[in-house]
Write a protein that binds this ligand. Sequence first.
Ligand code: AMP
Length: 221
Amino acid sequence: MRVVFLGPPGAGKGSLAALCKQHLGLNHLSTGEIFRKEITRKTSLGGRVQSFVTNGLLVPDELVVDVMAKQLSAETLKNGFVLDGFPRTLGQAVGLDRVLQARKAPLHGVVYLKVATELLVRRLSGRRVCSACGINYNIRTMPPKRPGQCDQCQAALITRKDDQPATIRKRLAVDRKEATKLLAYYKKKGLLQAINGADSLERVFTRALALFRAEGWIGMG
Ligand code: AMP
């Protein structure tokens, strides 16, 4: 199946997409994760996106669509994917459609995770990320077994630079501005579904699975 997860920063797109990868074998493509890796590796792409990412600003559409077009390889399309954090603007959504149409692999659906703003701020300020494998934790709701250490690979957990309170507010504002147009675009195409994301990850995953089954997306190439 080929789906997009939409929702503001902190809605749980990344955690839900990781479960879809684990249980459904889908590719999980996260633009934020790709950019952070490139920045850490000090590649030329990393250099081009660094100031946008650390300041909570959007990377220009053309560059993001280019990066994702490369990620959406024949192999990725064959096994299905969940897009997390992309598209973020109307321009990116149009760019994505163009890429997928050309590869004869249009989207099956778009899932919007609804979460109230107060909860988003609480989640983002408690978020910790593994410095090696990128898995997300939350010091309040999803703590690691050992404080400050990743359960999977034992590397140190860090707070993302853009999860500082002032940057969180800026990211939420940037997102709100774009989200309305993006939601309208997918609604008009008849692709938009919404689920309540203000719950434990297990419950949200159960809800998502029920939706995937009801829509007949599971197992779609
Ligand atoms: P995320 O991990 O999805 O919260 O993304 C972290 C940061 O990466 C964002 O604040 C942006 O600076 C950048 N970014 C990620 N995805 C996109 C996108 N689709 N368009 C533009 N910028 C993005």
